[in-house]
Design a protein around this ligand. Structure first.
Ligand SMILES: Nc1nc2c(ncn2[C@@H]2O[C@H](COP(=O)(O)OP(=O)(O)O)[C@@H](O)[C@H]2O)c(=O)[nH]1
Ligand SMILES: Nc1ncnc2c1ncn2[C@@H]1O[C@H](COP(=O)(O)OP(=O)(O)O)[C@@H](O)[C@H]1O
Length: 207
């Protein structure tokens, strides 16, 4: 059996740059980690692809997935459901590969309960004015939605104390560096590697 992969949870307010940072990490090829595609009931944005950006589902479909125990976590965020399908995460961790979840705070707290040995990283904006600017520049939300997202952001930033690490996304390359360093160090934590060394010691007399 391979050593089980590490669950990495990246949260942070809408517009802080989670998707941008994740894509930069994937492009960086620094480790074999898999992104878990979430399920949502929100409308598809232009350019988004079902099964790649999200699994886009109706409210009824999403609720039946919840009822069938198919979600690791889920939350309502600004009038829509978002959640992590359980099966992919379990299978990939069992294969010994790291899994990255990019999810909002309420869902992250559910994961914390279920998977306490995950690594919880909160991505923060330099400040709220910059956050609003990023949401406006992105151009995917109308003014009312942006206001709701900024209001939610203040509540989310207040939840930072429940995370292991806070990473400021001032510049994408710097944020990526910081997160990669965290992941590298977390892989060296003794509880994660101890079984490998115990196995080695079992065969010590054959050296
Ligand atoms: N709990 C939970 N939140 C999610 C999931 N997928 C995405 N989110 C979060 O839902 C919020 C809204 O996502 P979205 O509408 O795509 O906006 P965007 O992240 O600003 O592009 C963001 O904070 C996402 O990180 C999920 O599977 N579970
Ligand atoms: N470090 C950064 N500096 C400036 N703009 C950024 C930075 N990171 C992301 N952005 C921009 O901010 C907007 C929101 O980023 P996005 O990755 O969609 O955020 P999230 O996934 O957290 O909602 C996008 O237009 C993106 O290009």
């Amino acid at each position: 059996m391979p050593e089980r992969g590490m669950l990495i949870v990246l949260s942070g307010p809408s517009g802080v740059g989670k998707g941008t940072v994740r894509q930069a990490m994937l492009a960086d090829d620094f480790r074999d980690f898999q992104y878990s595609v979430s399920m949502t009931t929100r409308q598809m944005r232009p350019g988004e692809v079902d099964g790649q950006d999200y699994y886009f589902r109706t409210k009824t479909e999403f609720e039946s997935e919840i009822a069938n125990g198919g979600m690791l976590e889920y939350a309502k965020y600004v009038d829509n459901y978002y959640g992590t399908p359980l099966k992919y995460v379990n299978q990939t961790l069992d294969e010994g590969r790291d899994v990255l979840l990019e999810i909002e705070v309420k869902g992250a707290m559910q994961v914390r309960e279920k998977c306490p040995d995950g690594v919880f990283i909160f991505l923060t904006p330099p400040d709220l004015a910059e956050l609003k600017q990023r949401l406006t520049n992105r151009g995917t939300d109308d003014a009312a939605t942006i206001d709701k997202r900024i209001k939610t952001a203040s509540e989310e930033i207040a939840m930072m104390e429940n995370y292991d690490y806070a990473v400021v996304n001032d510049k994408v390359s710097l944020a990526v560096d910081r997160i990669e360093k965290i992941i590298e160090s977390e892989h060296l934590r003794v509880p994660r590697v101890i079984d490998r060394y115990k196995g080695m010691l079992k065969h010590a007399d054959q050296v």
